[in-house]
Design a binder for this molecule. Structure first.
Ligand SMILES: Cc1cc2nc3c(=O)[nH]c(=O)nc-3n(C[C@H](O)[C@H](O)[C@H](O)COP(=O)(O)OP(=O)(O)OC[C@H]3O[C@@H](n4cnc5c(N)ncnc54)[C@H](O)[C@@H]3O)c2cc1C
Length: 329
């Protein structure tokens, strides 16, 4: 006779089996990566994402890889494909909310120095995807190239800024892009003029499927002191209008050009609202800050509370600008 308490044993067994199969794929991929990638690559297991995001929350990535060349990146993609593992590109983690269970598969970062070079010749800046935006802004200033001052206060890498078409102070990233170099998920390299790359507000859709390797950036000749003055002006504006606690920048996209999400949240009286150690900043309503011990679950709870309030009080559907990735704990 059937045991009446064991109504559906199969799904539990299936879950255990698939977890074991996944663990085996990870072990095999880890071994493959160690064998195939040159010694200058970083390959780690169970890398905590809280350490690699500005919000300081999130569980571990199964595998974390910093390839040291385009060939090593292509090999990483091939191994991921052979082992059936997803690949997630990580920049400086300044627009990410990683859930507490972490990220399954391989997290690839182009933080290796070979992907972070910034070279200037004939008024053109060639920068790798791993280069920090702040570094690019300062190199451009030193070379007397204006127009990239808005990069100064965005705490991301060029790769993340290209994917997000990050913008500030009336400019966005693709205003300054001349050419984009990227790699398909099958390792093919494309070198495209910017006019052939469609972009929109806070997104370059091509880079949802391709990996940005770098770009040629353009500005206009300008006096280094004038550039410095504009950078200081932008920087002062940030210091007085943005919180200093860990955050991922603006949580929501502006629902309308005439309705900034921060103003809406302020008008709803939600500044200072808390879920655990996650709080709507009292300086800027669209920045959600980590007061120290926040979990991703706290952050997600706060996001949902604010979205619900905006919907009920004003009929506005808020869409996150912060990208939410990974699995629940
Ligand atoms: C204090 C603060 C202020 C901020 N101010 C601004 C601002 O003024 N304007 C603004 O637009 N943003 C702002 N941000 C958000 C963030 O800095 C930008 O979106 C930035 O461009 C993200 O870059 P990242 O390298 O950190 O990317 P990540 O956050 O690591 O990743 C963002 C996305 O880019 C993808 N990605 C990363 N690298 C690559 C690559 N090489 N190829 C393809 N995809 C890739 C990731 O998979 C992910 O989808 C701010 C954030 C903070 C914390």
């Amino acid at each position: 006779m059937k045991n009446p308490l064991r109504l559906s044993p199969e799904p539990v067994d299936a879950t255990i089996e698939s977890a074991a199969a996944h663990a085996e794929d990870i072990s095999n991929a880890f071994r493959d990566l160690q064998i195939v990638l040159p010694a200058d690559a970083v390959v780690r297991r169970d890398e905590p994402m809280a350490r690699r995001t500005t919000l300081r929350v999130g569980g571990p990535a199964d595998l974390y890889v910093e390839p040291g060349s385009e060939n090593a990146l292509a090999s990483t993609l091939e191994i991921a494909h052979l082992r059936g593992l997803p690949v997630f590109l990580l920049g400086r983690g300044s627009n990410l909310l990683v859930r507490d269970g972490g990220i399954r598969g391989i997290v690839v970062s182009l933080a290796h120095p070979r992907f972070s070079k910034v070279e200037i010749s004939d008024g053109r800046i060639t920068a790798g995807a791993g280069a920090r935006l702040k570094g690019i802004a300062h190199e451009a200033r030193r070379a007397g190239i204006g127009g990239l001052e808005f990069f100064e206060g965005i705490p991301g890498s060029l790769g993340g800024a290209l994917r997000m078409n990050a913008g500030a102070m009336g400019s966005w990233t693709f205003d300054a892009v001349d050419r984009l170099r990227c790699m398909s998920r099958s390792g093919e390299i494309l070198d495209l003029p910017a006019c052939e790359v469609p972009v929109e507000y806070r997104s370059c859709p091509l880079l949802a499927t391709h990996i940005a390797l770098g770009a040629v950036l353009r500005g206009r000749p300008d006096d280094a002191d004038a550039i410095r003055a504009r950078m200081e002006q932008f920087s002062n504006k940030r210091w007085t209008s943005q919180p200093s606690q860990p955050s991922a920048g603006c949580t929501f996209k502006n629902p309308l050009p005439t309705l900034p999400a921060g103003r809406l949240i302020d008008e709803l009286g939600l500044k200072g609202t808390r879920v655990g150690d996650a709080m709507v900043s009292d300086v800027h309503g669209n920045f959600f800050v980590n007061l120290g011990q926040a979990t991703a679950a706290d952050m997600l709870g706060l996001i949902e509370a604010v979205r619900t309030r905006a919907r009920e009080a004003r009929g506005v559907e808020l869409e996150t600008e912060v990208e939410i990735v990974g699995e629940d704990a």
